[in-house]
Design a protein around this ligand. Structure first.
Ligand code: CIR
Length: 274
């Protein structure tokens, strides 16, 4: 029997390199520098929560050559027992795939490697448990989408243009097996509309709309939602706090304020494995 897609037994993470504050990629230059100590503390808290929720957490050694290496979601897409090693859309991130492939092999997953000219960041891949939605962004192209469809032939795949924001999951993520958490930007609303027209399982989704796009990025792990806390996105946090659903046993609020400054969020800092 196929595993429940939202039941996880393992996670893969990577620490935060000292090179992140000065050299991680960012869409917009902000005045606010990343506080490395705070970023590492927030990541520790995140790791602790993951360990409590999934049990087994594999840590890829931090690599100073790759300032964005903490964002482990991007060099791989895992579904069931298959790991698709991507070719990340930004050149500076391509070397991250070497350590990721080793980690996936060690865990015993079946490896499929993306081929040129495919490009994909895992942050563009939303798996609903029934089908994939793949952001067509600056980082993920149609060849990447086609190769993902070939790697996971049991699931329908639909492309969603991402015209604003970095990735599809910069404004959408799964809050329960049936709820898609979404932000309130026009990009988020357009994506929802496309899911409602093109999604093969469009009638099975409900939406949890929050005011902030990054505030919509959450994790749903073994019945617990991990979402942005009151300090980072107070209005979105409130929506999660009020949300009640039979599939939600618990909620944990965390801050990812420092990685948020370089366009990172909760989903991007772990790879979850059934
Ligand atoms: C980047 O631009 O690649 C990183 N600074 C942020 C990547 C965030 N990844 C994700 O949301 N999946």
């Amino acid at each position: 029997m196929a595993a429940n897609p939202f039941t996880y037994t393992k996670a893969v993470v990577c620490g935060i390199p000292a090179s992140l504050p000065a050299t991680a990629l960012r869409m917009e230059e902000t005045d606010e520098p990343v506080d490395l100590g705070k970023a590492r503390q927030q990541h520790e808290d995140y790791l602790q929560v993951l360990t409590e929720l999934v049990g087994e957490v594999h840590v890829i050694p931090t690599d100073e050559r790759y300032p964005d290496c903490v964002f482990v979601e991007d060099p791989v897409v895992v579904c069931g027992d298959t790991a698709l090693i991507t070719i990340p859309g930004h050149e500076s991130r391509r070397g991250e795939t070497v350590a990721m492939k080793e980690a996936m092999e060690k865990i015993g997953l079946k490896i499929v490697e993306m081929l040129d000219p495919g490009r994909m960041d895992g942050g563009d891949v939303l798996f609903t448990g029934k089908e994939f939605f793949v952001g067509q962004s600056q980082r993920t192209n149609k060849h990447g989408l086609q190769q993902l469809a070939a790697a996971f032939p049991n699931f329908p795949v639909t492309g969603i243009p991402v015209r604003e924001g970095l990735h599809l999951k910069s404004f959408l993520s799964m809050a329960t097996p049936n709820h898609i958490a979404m932000g309130s930007s026009s990009a988020a609303l357009d994506a929802k509309q496309l899911i409602e027209t093109e999604g093969k399982f469009k009638y099975s989704y409900r939406y949890l709309q929050v005011p902030d796009d990054i505030g919509a990025n959450c994790l749903y792990i073994n019945g617990t939602i991990v979402h942005a806390n009151n300090e980072t996105f107070p209005k979105s946090c409130k929506v999660f706090e009020k949300f009640v659903d039979a599939d939600v046993k618990a909620k944990i609020a965390l801050s990812a304020s420092e990685v948020n400054k370089v366009d990172g969020c909760f989903t991007c800092c772990s790879v979850l494995i059934n």
